[in-house]
Write a protein that binds this ligand. Structure first.
Ligand code: GDP
Ligand code: CA
Length: 326
C-alpha cells in the first residue's frame, strides 16, 4: 500500500470526533491527503423549527477546537439564554438544552436548507469557517430518523430515549424509518471506491455506524472497494467507554464484547464489512475469536485520552490495513 493513503472514516459523534482528530494528525504526519469523514445523520432532528445534526456538529466543533471537552457536547463557553426563553414559551423539549452558540449553527444550517441547499452542501458550507483538515460528508441527503421501541410498545425519538430518559427504558429495538429509500450522499460511494483504507471509528455500532451501513449502497461500496476496511472497537474490557452502546447492543441481541461487535460487522470475505479489527489490550484474549470469524484481530491501546493517543490508534489502524493488503 502507499505511504500516503487515501482514507475514509465512518463516524458518529463523540467517539467519532475523538478518533477523527487522531486520523487527521496521523495523516498530516504522513503528508497524506485529508481524510473524508462520512458522518452518521441518523439522529438528526427538527426542534423548535431548526435542524439539528448532533454528530456532524460534534465532529465540526472538535476539529475546529471549539467543542466543550468537559461536558462532552456543544460549544465551549456556551450560554443558554435562548434556551431559557424557549422553555418559558413551552417550546421544544424541556429536557433538551440548545446552547446559544450552538443555536447559531442550527439557524445558519436551517436557513441554507430553506434556501434549497442539500444537506451535503450545508455540511460543506459549515466546513468553511474553520480549517478542519478533513472533508466531511453526511451519510445521506435523505432525512432519516432514529426511533427506539421500548417495552410497553411505545416508540420514541432516539433523543427522547437518550437525553430525557437517560437510556433507562429498556429498548426492544431501533429503527431508521425511511432509510430503505435513502441514497448515499453525493461523493460517499466515490470516496469509498477511491480509498486505500476505510476506517470504522469506535462509534456506537447500533445507532452511529449501524445507520451508515444501513443506507442502501454503502455496504455494497464497502464490499466492492479495493481499500482495506479496518474497524476500531468501541468496547474495551467488556464495557462501553462512555454512552449507551451496551444497552443498544443488548437490544439487538449482541453481547457487549469486542469480539461480538466484530461479529456484528462481519468479515468481508463472508459478506460483512471488516478486513481487520482493532481490539484493546484488555481484550487481547479475544483475538483468536475475532480471527476465527475471518477478521484479522490487532491488539492496540484503544483509550482516546488525548489526540496523541487517538493518533497512535489511527497509526495502528493504518498498519493493520497494510498488513491485510492483498
Ligand atoms: P455519539 O454519536 O455522540 O453517541 O458518539 P459515537 O457513536 O461516535 O461514539 C460513542 C462510542 O464511543 C461509545 O460506544 C464509546 O464506547 C466509544 N468511545 C468513547 N470514548 C472512547 C475511547 O476512548 N476509546 C474507545 N475505543 N471507544 C470510545
Ligand atoms: Ca450520535
Amino acid at each position: 500500500m502507499t505511504s500516503s493513503p487515501r482514507v475514509v472514516v465512518l463516524a458518529g459523534g463523540v467517539g467519532g470526533s475523538k478518533f477523527t482528530l487522531g486520523v487527521r494528525e496521523a495523516l498530516a504526519r504522513l503528508g497524506a491527503p485529508e481524510a473524508t469523514v462520512v458522518v452518521n445523520t441518523g439522529d438528526d432532528l427538527w426542534l423548535s423549527g431548526v435542524r439539528l445534526q448532533p454528530d456532524v456538529d460534534s465532529i465540526l466543533y472538535a476539529l475546529a477546537g471549539v467543542n466543550d471537552t468537559e461536558r462532552g457536547w456543544g460549544r465551549a463557553g456556551d450560554t443558554e439564554r435562548v434556551n431559557h426563553e424557549l422553555q418559558q414559551w413551552d417550546a421544544g423539549w424541556p429536557w433538551f438544552t440548545l446552547g446559544d452558540l450552538d443555536l447559531g449553527t442550527h439557524l445558519a444550517r436551517t436557513g441554507w436548507l430553506r434556501e434549497g441547499l442539500t444537506p451535503t452542501q450545508v455540511v460543506e458550507r459549515l466546513s468553511h469557517r474553520w480549517p478542519l483538515g478533513v472533508r466531511m460528508l453526511p451519510m445521506t441527503d435523505t432525512e432519516v430518523d432514529t426511533h427506539v421501541r421500548v417495552s410497553g410498545g411505545e416508540v420514541m425519538h432516539f433523543q427522547e430515549w437518550w437525553t430525557r430518559h437517560r437510556a433507562q427504558l429498556a429498548p426492544l429495538g431501533f429503527d431508521n424509518p425511511g432509510i430503505r429509500s435513502a441514497r448515499p450522499a453525493p461523493g460517499v460511494v466515490e470516496a469509498i471506491a477511491d480509498a486505500d483504507v476505510v476506517l470504522l471509528a469506535p462509534s456506537n455500532p447500533v445507532v452511529s455506524i449501524g445507520p451508515i451501513l444501513a443506507v442502501p449502497g454503502i455496504r455494497e461500496a464497502l464490499a466492492a472497494t479495493a481499500a482495506r476496511v479496518v474497524g476500531v472497537s468501541p468496547i474495551i474490557g467488556g464495557s462501553v467507554v462512555r454512552g449507551m452502546a451496551d444497552v443498544c447492543l443488548t437490544a439487538i441481541g449482541v453481547a457487549t464484547s469486542a469480539a461480538a461487535v466484530a461479529g456484528l460487522y462481519g468479515a468481508r470475505r463472508d459478506g460483512g464489512v471488516l478486513d481487520a479489527w482493532l481490539i484493546a489490550q484488555e481484550d487481547a484474549h479475544l483475538a483468536p475469536d475475532v480471527d476465527a470469524q475471518g477478521v484479522r484481530a490487532v491488539v492496540a491501546p484503544l483509550w482516546m485520552r488525548d489526540v496523541a493517543a487517538s493518533a497512535a490508534m489511527a497509526d495502528a489502524a493504518l498498519a493493520a490495513a497494510e498488513a491485510t493488503a492483498r
